[in-house]
Write a protein that binds this ligand. Structure first.
Ligand SMILES: *Cc1c(COP(=O)(O)O)cnc(C)c1O
Length: 233
């Protein structure tokens, strides 16, 4: 018999999948084209393992130290790990060893440090550019006005493979009020695609509060925390 925790996680997952299917249906998209990323900060390795056994293979962590412990504890699983927090330059060396993708490249200093460390290791790394789509001074992310000059710099960095864009828009009680930000992200995505070509294909947006709206507006990766795992520790 399944334990209580496992049952809860399975129920959460089925509920999320139903809602994804409904959102996809509205806009004639296929659920297979939406990747669910389990945002696992302050969630136990045990929960990650259960979700993995039910088919979730992509997880995102916000803190290098915390991630290192979990990634080690879950080494036997083929998890794809994304970094989705604010990356300090002094953590870059560890981050490129631990993660398969950095979703939050948001400043030149960070891009240059990544390039330096990756070229030393003779390794390339998929990244997303984080956009500060709400223009919020307290948040990370490249400002929309600076995105073009940022892309020009990034294009020169041969060890970074830009796969797309990511954002964390302003929190709104009503998910529909986030829609204009997602629409804007989609427009930026189309506009900057020619810079990077075919490998530029991911749009990481939408959390527990607004993933359906994000799907309707073109998200390819949705980052789900509390709705999947339950409340964080
Ligand atoms: C925590 C986090 C999420 C998930 O948030 P929930 O509201 O729990 O779904 C998504 N993206 C980022 C960048 C996060 O830090």
């Amino acid at each position: 018999m399944k334990g209580e925790l496992e049952q809860t996680l399975l129920r959460n997952l089925n509920y999320v999948k139903e809602r994804i299917a409904i959102a996809c249906n509205k806009v004639a998209r296929k659920p297979e084209d939406i990747k669910i990323l389990g945002a696992s900060k302050r969630q136990s390795p045990e929960k990650i393992r259960f979700l993995y056994n039910y088919g979730i293979t992509l997880f995102g962590e916000n803190y290098v130290q915390e991630a290192e412990e979990k990634i080690t504890a879950l080494e036997d699983l083929s998890i794809e790990w994304h970094f989705i927090g604010r990356l300090q330059t002094n953590k870059v060396k560890r981050a490129i060893k631990l993660f398969h993708m950095i979703e939050t490249v948001d400043r030149k200093e960070l891009a240059l440090e990544l390039e330096k460390r990756l070229s030393k290791e003779n390794k390339t790394m998929p990244i997303l550019l984080e956009v500060n789509i709400g223009g919020e001074p307290t948040k990370g992310g490249i400002r929309v006005e600076e995105l073009e000059s940022f892309c020009e710099v990034i294009q020169q960095l041969k060890h970074l493979e830009v796969r797309g864009l990511m954002c964390l828009p302003p929190l709104e009680e009503d998910a529909n009020r986030v829609r204009p930000y997602f629409v804007k992200m989609r427009e930026l995505f189309e506009r900057f695609k020619p810079f990077f070509g075919e490998s530029f294909r991911e749009l990481s947006m939408g959390t527990s509060h607004d993933f359906e709206v994000a799907i309707e507006e073109g998200a390819t990766i949705i980052r789900l925390g509390s709705i999947l795992f339950g409340p964080r520790l």
